[in-house]
Design a protein around this ligand. Structure first.
Ligand code: HEC
Ligand code: HEC
Length: 290
């Protein structure tokens, strides 16, 4: 994604530069960031900015040039969110959101670069920004997969806190708004597990996740994520899924894919009931125990 970052960088610079009064060591925990060096405010406390040139390239799929557009920022909300961000998130995701916080190198996968707008756990169409609720779920629940916990959970944050943090992430990504959630079709009562097993071969899930669902398919060892780091396909026997353990969550992962990783999306060309058959088959691995 090539974007003119100047305004966003200035926003982060408000808290990130040594002279800025909002810098974390100069304020009490939880206190809002003071925007001393920030861009001008319009009446009403909201300012608009125009992106000079913006080209999208979402995840590993290509993209085309997009028209210049305005991104509205609610400064009050952003300021509250930025204070929470510095206190809770910057140690991993970096003061300027680039994913290079002081603890970052200890994690695999690495803490996300929150400026690129790529999300693993979306419930939106390919190329669309995550919903606010997607971000709420990630922050509140943390990220725990079959190989253990990567991001911690933040249960103590209120809905207002999460709304403010979501605003920071939206602004950091230069996204004009949040996406709209896809609603999965209802889970069929009589699941077609046999069809799921066939599709698991046909879609070559097996190539990555393996015949036994242990994450050791023939392709597994060579996979890398968008940070260029090695990434293992989930071990489906564990029954612990990063994007949520409900069947609807797994359906959504298959529909949207997992952006920034080699896990493709299957939503566009696959009927919803086939995705359900795959979900049922995936669940047989966790029921089989590890
Ligand atoms: C201890 C380190 C750590 C802290 C603190 C942390 N994160 Fe993360 N975060 C991670 C890691 C690691 C990942 C990538 C996990 C993965 O891909 O398995 C991640 C991923 C994310 C994602 C991407 C989710 C997606 O759909 O791809 C978001 C958004 C996020 N973090 C927001 C936050 C926010 C907001 C905070 C503060 C409230 C925070 N994180 C605090 C480590 C951290
Ligand atoms: C090219 C390799 C590849 C293929 C093909 C693939 N996956 Fe994955 N899959 C991955 C990787 C890598 C991850 C782990 C991503 C991560 O940890 O961030 C993953 C994760 C998952 C998860 C865990 C989701 C979560 O919330 O943690 C499920 C379930 C899954 N895949 C099912 C499938 C199914 C079903 C298919 C076939 C329809 C499939 N995968 C095809 C590579 C693949």
């Amino acid at each position: 994604m090539t974007v003119s970052y100047s305004v966003r960088e200035r926003l982060f610079a408000c808290v990130g530069s040594p002279e800025a009064p909002g810098r974390s060591r100069d304020r009490q925990e939880g206190e809002a960031i003071v925007f001393a060096t920030c861009p001008p405010v319009r009446s009403g406390g909201i300012f608009q900015r125009t992106m000079i040139a913006m080209t999208f390239a979402f995840g590993l799929t290509g993209g085309g040039p997009a028209a210049a557009q305005d991104v509205e920022i609610d400064r009050e909300l952003f300021s509250t969110g930025m204070a929470l961000y510095i206190d809770n998130c910057a140690v991993c995701h970096g003061e300027n959101g680039d994913g290079k916080g002081s603890l970052a190198s200890g994690f695999s996968p690495r803490p996300r670069d929150l400026t690129v707008g790529v999300f693993k756990f979306r419930s939106t169409e390919v190329g669309e920004f995550a919903t606010k609720e997607d971000l709420f779920a990630t922050i509140r629940n943390g990220i725990k997969g079959s190989y253990g916990q990567t991001m911690p959970q933040f249960r103590h944050l209120t809905d207002d806190d999460l709304t403010a943090l979501a605003e920071v992430i939206r602004v950091a990504s230069d996204a004009p708004g949040f996406g709209t959630a896809i609603v999965p079709p209802p889970r069929p009562v009589n699941a077609d597990v046999a069809r799921g097993e066939v599709l698991f071969q046909e879609f070559n899930c097996v190539g990555c996740h393996g015949e036994k669902g242990d994450g050791r398919g023939v392709l597994a060892a060579g996979l890398v994520d968008s940070d260029g780091l090695s990434i293992m396909p989930a071990d489906l026997r564990v029954g612990q899924f990063k994007g949520g353990n409900e069947p609807e969550h797994i359906w959504m992962r298959l529909y949207t894919g997992i952006d920034g990783t080699p896990m493709p999306n299957f939503g566009r060309n696959t009927p919803g009931e086939d995705l359900w058959a795959l979900v049922e088959y995936v669940l047989t691995f966790s029921n089989s125990g590890s």
